[in-house]
Ligand binder design. Structure first.
Ligand SMILES: C[S@@+](CC[C@H](N)C(=O)[O-])C[C@H]1O[C@@H](n2cnc3c(N)ncnc32)[C@H](O)[C@@H]1O
Length: 258
């Protein structure tokens, strides 16, 4: 029955480019030259997040504390395990109410990263450093949160591996981090300058094989981040991956590109 539904729903939509035809109606030129947006719906069907009980439990617990969708959250979840053998802590800048950050911390505990700290950094006063590079953000958005909300969520999930840093990162809080090494950095700050400053701080501290995830890369209201990642992707020590869920992944590789 379900197979029939999947076949009867997905196949005709795909046939003769009908889905593409409908999606084309959502096409929107961006502000930059050759920046084009359109609702992206890939045709794939494999959905492993439904078979991952630990993920489902955690997802239900954090869902109302996050602006991030299930596709991006599941990718963060799997990355923690993928990076089990890469040295360093985990950094998230742009925490809001703590959903994605606490999900990262829960997974770190589940895979036995006992000595790994998950740093959760936010102004808790909204977006900062919006500027001419950005398409919609002007500053102050997402201020409807507090460090206390995140602290309570972490406590409810039994997480003793998180450290919450309140203030603009890196300017006001990075100096309190003693750790010199990171395996994973999740940057979810919405605008060009903030994302650039976080990247520059963490890239030199990222282990080889470590990953920086830009949450906002694929979204029309965050074009400053799209622009920044496009610039960074040309670096010799970067392996760049555009995930169609909207994420950009920058994987650190040796300078010679090996
Ligand atoms: C879209 S929200 C983050 C969403 C969050 N990851 C979630 O799970 O829903 C963006 C956040 O970035 C924070 N922010 C932006 N720039 C920042 C910076 N330089 N330092 C610290 N926090 C920043 C804002 O305060 C805001 O809470």
């Amino acid at each position: 029955m379900r197979k029939e539904i999947l076949k009867n729903l997905a196949a005709p939509l795909r046939r003769n480019g009908r889905l593409e035809g409908a999606l084309r109606l959502t096409r929107l030129p961006g502000r930059g030259t050759r920046v084009i947006h359109q609702l992206v719906i890939p045709h794939a069907t494999y959905s492993p997040w439904w078979a991952d009980d630990e993920f489902q439990t955690t997802f239900k617990e954090v869902q109302s504390f996050t602006l991030v969708d299930v596709y991006r959250l599941y990718e963060l979840w799997t990355l923690v395990e993928q990076l089990k053998n890469v040295d360093g802590d985990i950094l998230e800048v742009g925490v809001w109410r703590g959903g994605s950050g606490c999900l990262l911390a829960r997974k770190a505990k589940l895979v036995g990263l006992e000595t790994t700290t998950v740093f959760l950094c936010d102004t808790f006063a909204g977006v900062v450093k919006a500027g001419a590079q950005d398409s919609e953000y002007t500053g102050g958005e997402h201020s409807n949160t507090s460090a206390e909300i995140v602290r309570r969520l972490a406590a409810r999930l039994g997480l003793d591996n998180v450290r919450i840093l309140e203030g603009t990162f890196p300017d006001e809080t990075a100096h309190t981090i003693e750790s010199g090494r990171f395996r994973l950095c999740h940057i979810d700050v919405d605008v060009y300058e903030s994302a650039r400053d976080v990247f520059e701080w963490c890239w030199t501290r990222l282990s080889l094989g470590g990953v920086v995830v830009f949450d906002d890369f694929g979204f029309h209201d965050c074009e400053g981040v799209t622009r920044l990642v496009t610039e960074l992707a040309t670096r010799a020590d970067v392996l760049f991956l555009h995930n169609l869920n909207g994420h950009a992944l920058l994987i650190k590789r040796p300078q010679n590109g090996a």
